[in-house]
Design a binder for this molecule. Structure first.
Ligand code: UD1
Ligand code: UDP
Length: 359
């Protein structure tokens, strides 16, 4: 079977790594990088660390408005599919690269497989929500990480081709955690295990409104613990635009801004943090896998299992709520319930391809 895999943004490089490794044992994979993320620390570092195959096609699209970016990808992915004539197109998650891959494929009647299908925030303000819903509704194989995702698809009438396989990000953590332990990032940053809070922030909802971005950064700076924030390029751009860079990096500030880190360093930072503050989807899950309490800086989350289990508190972007959650909350102890599969999601996905009819 010939599969064209489409990636482009940081979390997709991480999700694709375990799947690509398994897929290549049985099938032909053509790897396409849209170039949605392109800085070395948002892209190249993951190819190197995760042993991802070098892309057969580097589309180099880069940044732009949603319509422009998705449109450029659509045109160029169509050209790739016309050349490659694959049996399947495989897309990941919910970015513009996901939607463009799915649209290019469906218009050529090429079957689509979606990894991380069925996720919903029920918030149509989020660009990712449109991308997920549209991608799910044109997919032929829908690989769900959780039972909740399977149920949400069923509510939309999608039951055919749905497979509960577990979460490929859990596979990635299990595969890489020992390698991560060898990293020197804690010593490099002068951090003690469980002696700091780790934060990430990149959603437009939090970064594009000056007052909200200021509130969240103020809360980080006021927590009373050292807060380490690897700054996403979108956030860096907005901080500069709103004149917020210097206010939070003055001497004596608890908030420590660093450049985005590679995946292994990130796992190490997550694992050793006493608390994670984030609006990232992937980081919420990794906090759960690694038994680190998480405060989610959004009005809602797709990863409701982590909230039900008590390991994740959804507090939105309000300074007082963030401080209360960070300082006064009582968290569970022990190991979180394994609700994201058994760490073999990638093999299950490849098995489904192997028993599925050729497109
Ligand atoms: C995208 C995804 C989001 C995902 C996130 C993961 C969409 C709609 N959004 O958001 O779902 O959670 O990736 O990180 O697909 N930039 C750089 N260098 C880069 C990449 C981006 O400077 O390598 C800057 C550019 O100014 C760009 C901005 O970041 O305009 C936003 O990048 P973009 O890919 O459009 O969206 P993200 O916010 O990264
Ligand atoms: N990540 C990383 N370095 C960083 C920040 C995040 O390697 O500086 C990893 C993180 O461990 C997770 C993924 O990137 O695996 C999450 O991506 P992101 O937060 O950009 O996107 P989302 O998951 O919200 O779509």
């Amino acid at each position: 079977m010939k599969v064209v895999s489409i990636v482009g943004a940081r979390p997709q490089f991480i999700k694709a790594a375990p799947v690509s490794r398994s897929l290549r044992q049985e099938h032909i994979e053509v790897f396409v990088n849209t170039g949605q993320h392109y800085d070395d620390d948002m892209s190249a570092i993951f190819f190197h660390e995760l042993d991802l195959p070098q892309p057969d096609y580097n589309l180099g699209i880069g940044s732009g408005s949603h319509g422009w970016q998705t449109g450029q990808m659509l045109v160029q992915i169509e050209e790739v599919l016309l050349i490659e004539q694959p049996d399947w197109v495989l897309v990941y998650g919910d970015t513009n690269s996901t939607l463009a891959g799915a649209l290019a494929a469906v218009k050529l009647h090429t079957p689509i497989a979606h990894v991380e299908a069925g996720l919903r925030s029920f918030n149509r303000e989020m660009p990712e929500e449109h991308n997920r819903v549209l991608t799910d509704h044109c997919s032929d194989l829908l690989f769900c990480p959780t039972e909740t995702a399977v149920n949400w698809l069923a509510q939309e009438g999608i039951t055919k081709g749905v497979h509960l396989v577990g979460d490929v990000m859990f596979d990635a953590v299990l595969y890489n955690i020992e390698l991560a332990r060898k990293r020197s990032i804690l010593a490099d940053l002068g951090l003690q295990p469980k002696g700091y809070v780790l934060a990430t922030l990149h959603r437009p909802y939090n970064t594009d409104v000056p007052q909200r971005l200021r509130n969240v950064l103020r809360a980080f700076a006021d927590i009373g613990e050292q807060v380490v924030l690897p700054v996403h390029p979108r956030t860096r751009k907005q901080m500069t635009k709103f004149g917020l860079d210097e206010a939070f990096t003055c001497q004596g500030s608890n908030l420590r801004l660093i450049e985005p880190v590679g995946y292994l360093d990130m796992l190490m930072l997550e694992h050793n943090s006493k608390l994670i503050l984030t609006d990232s989807g992937g980081v919420q899950k990794e906090a759960y896998f690694l038994a680190v309490p998480c405060v989610t800086l959004r009005p809602e989350t797709e990863w409701v299992e982590t909230v039900r289990a008590g390991w994740n508190l959804v507090v939105d972007a309000d300074r007082e709520s963030i401080l209360r959650a960070a300082n006064g909350h009582s968290w569970p102890t022990g190991a979180p319930e394994p609700v994201f599969g058994d760490g073999h999601a990638a093999e299950k996905i490849v098995h489904v391809f192997s028993i599925s009819k050729k497109g």
